[in-house]
Design a protein. Structure first.
Length: 283
């Protein structure tokens, strides 16, 4: 029941965030006032159907000095507010690209274990530091000011370049090597998604890296009653991210899908906002 509810929310958000139909028909990007607002998840600003702006895009622009100080602080404040209130709940419920990866993972293919190596998960923190922080900071107004969007992000190819080119074939003449390489990377991520759940979210996404840091302290998080927990591991068996929830219920990789609930021993529950925590193990 929870999975059905979550899937419905994912679909509603994916369609709602990209419901500017005129943009898809005319091959144009919406430029109204709503575009100044960030969306919670990774959704390309240049998507012809997108109403809002990707927070990673806004963060890069702020670091590169392309925004006014109030606008940059507003973008940073938005990301911090989402992180402190929800953590990676956004990854499990609001991200359109996350939804696509989950649907592909549902394909009936053998799932090898080697692609789940835990060391890969640290790659997204390197990408966050280098492509979202360092390169934009060192390239004021230059080509690397939006380094993650320009050189890495496969969502830009799927949500922006592809639909814009389909609507306006003349844009094909502007396709360069960089876009081709990103398209190959997108295809690789989609193929990998059939073998491992949400590989982009696990290994690449800088927004997931940011939100994951807030998982242990976010207002929406899991709490574990140590007095009830028997350590049976049933929560880890049900966890799609293969997290030992009974050991670390608010692990940075937890996407708040709540598949680990209900706990057979009733040791796990959701802590919402300022509900007191007793006998909890949050780390």
């Amino acid at each position: 029941m929870n999975r059905t509810k979550r899937r419905a929310v994912q679909v509603i958000f994916a369609l709602g965030l990209n419901s500017y139909i005129v943009g898809f028909m005319e091959g144009k990007i919406y430029q109204g006032r709503v575009k100044n607002l960030c969306v919670p998840g990774l959704n390309c600003t240049s998507c012809p159907g997108a109403w809002g702006t990707c927070p990673v895009s806004m963060l890069q622009a702020g670091i590169a000095g392309m925004l006014s100080l109030p606008a940059a602080l507003l973008a940073l404040g938005f990301i911090l507010a989402i992180g402190l209130s929800l953590g990676r709940f956004v990854c499990g419920w609001f991200c359109p690209f996350g939804l696509l990866q989950e649907l592909i993972y549902g394909l009936p293919v053998n799932k090898p274990g080697w692609v789940k190596h835990k060391n890969f998960q640290y790659l997204k923190y390197i990408i966050l530091i280098v492509f979202v922080g360092l390169l934009p900071a060192l390239s004021i107004w230059g080509p690397s000011s939006m380094a993650f969007c320009r050189y890495v992000c496969p969502v830009e190819v799927l949500e922006a370049s592809l639909p814009l080119t389909l609507a306006r074939p003349a844009l094909m003449s502007m396709v360069g090597l960089g876009l081709v390489l990103k398209a190959v990377f997108l295809l690789s991520m989609l193929i990998l998604a059939s073998f491992v759940l949400k590989p982009f979210c696990r290994f690449i996404c800088p927004l997931g890296a940011i939100y994951g840091v807030f998982n242990p302290v976010s207002l929406y998080r899991l709490q574990l009653d140590e007095n009830k927990c028997s350590g049976c591991g049933s929560c880890q068996v049900r966890c799609p991210m293969n997290i030992a929830v009974y050991q670390e219920p608010n692990h940075p990789e937890c996407i708040r899908c709540n598949e680990c609930l209900p706990c057979p021993a009733e040791a796990l529950e959701i802590k919402r906002f300022f509900k007191p925590v007793a006998n909890a193990k949050n780390r």
